[in-house]
Write a protein that binds this ligand. Structure first.
Ligand code: ACO
Length: 278
């Protein structure tokens, strides 16, 4: 396996780690007029407890509903929990009210700022617990999409434990030819996050597997991503799933997620077997 050397190591906060992975979804920095956040109350853990409690109550109420984790396309009803999972994973240091502002900002970005260039695809995947395994209670039209979200909603909503975005927008791949056309055939994974109390249960692995299946169904031959050089857990996760570090040539005009200037990334890729034509 080739390794990537993009520069010297730097220490990076979870905040910068977040911004690295968030291609088209811009999370704004907290407005400057806010006072510094108060000491952190264990908000994520509080949210997680609440979530787990809700999931358990749901399963008690609807015993036929599977307690298993199901990975599926995110639907409109998942929006808030997607924002919550994202913010609690990437901005764990924020407490109320900043964490709430971040979630609202994320929600608005997801629903309104999710423009996709013509011909490109984007899907937000969620891992949910306590939902219906088969989508028998879906309401709405299959063709209705809001950004990367399925516009339908379900009466047997589960609790979101993990998220991932996969697209073919190719914003982080070099353009090709004199007309600088977007690359095709390579899907890009971003926003991978699992709520703290659900980690190390194989949820990210399942989200990645589903993203690969989605990419294949779009006719892609490879998947790519950027991973913070100082995120060894995520790097191991991707390497274990067959991603290779790609050495970016010195001085190459290779787009990268907009983050702090000193942020360093591994650009990682995986070839997909048996691509189908879209
Ligand atoms: C492209 C991007 O989006 S990069 C951004 C990645 N996201 C983040 O850093 C947000 C904060 N972190 C998280 O949300 C989670 O820790 C994730 C997404 C990195 C991992 O999610 P999880 O569901 O815990 O991963 P999962 O259980 O599938 O782990 C699979 C394997 O990856 C490796 N792995 C995952 N997390 C870690 C870790 N913290 N330390 C070491 N190895 C790890 C292990 O080999 C693990 O297998 P094992 O548990 O049998 O040892």
């Amino acid at each position: 396996m080739r390794s990537l050397t993009l520069g010297t190591s730097v220490s990076v906060s979870p905040t910068s780690s977040l911004k690295s992975s968030l291609s088209p979804l811009s999370i704004k920095q907290p407005p400057p007029f806010f006072p510094p956040p108060p000491p952190r109350v264990s908000h994520d853990s509080a949210l997680s407890k609440l979530g787990a409690c809700r999931a358990t109550q749901f399963i008690d109420l609807f015993p036929t509903v599977s307690p298993e984790i199901v990975v599926r396309e995110a639907r409109l009803e998942d929006c808030w929990e997607v924002a919550e999972t994202h913010c609690s994973s990437f901005f764990p240091e924020y407490s109320f009210p900043l964490d709430f502002v971040l979630r609202v900002d994320r929600l608005v970005a997801m629903l309104s700022g999710f423009s996709i260039p013509p011909g490109c695809r984007r899907t937000c995947l969620v891992a949910v617990i306590g939902g219906s395994v088969d989508d028998m209670f879906l309401v709405g039209s299959e063709d209705f999409k809001v950004g990367g979200f399925d516009g339908r909603f379900s009466l047997s909503k589960g609790y979101v434990t993990g998220i991932l975005t996969v697209d073919t927008v190719a914003d982080f791949l070099p353009r090709k030819g004199p007309l600088r056309q977007r690359r095709t055939g390579i899907a890009y994974i971003s926003n991978v996050a699992v709520r703290e109390r659900f980690r190390r249960k194989g949820i990210a692995k399942r989200l990645i597997a589903k993203a690969e299946a989605q990419a294949r169904s779009w006719g892609c031959r490879a998947v790519a991503l950027h991973c913070d050089l100082n995120n060894p857990g995520a790097t191991k996760l991707y390497k274990d799933q067959g991603f290779k570090c790609i050495k970016v040539p010195e001085g190459a005009n290779w787009p990268r997620p907009q983050t702090a200037p000193d942020m360093k990334f591994n650009f990682m890729m995986k070839l997909l077997n048996n691509p189908t034509t879209a």
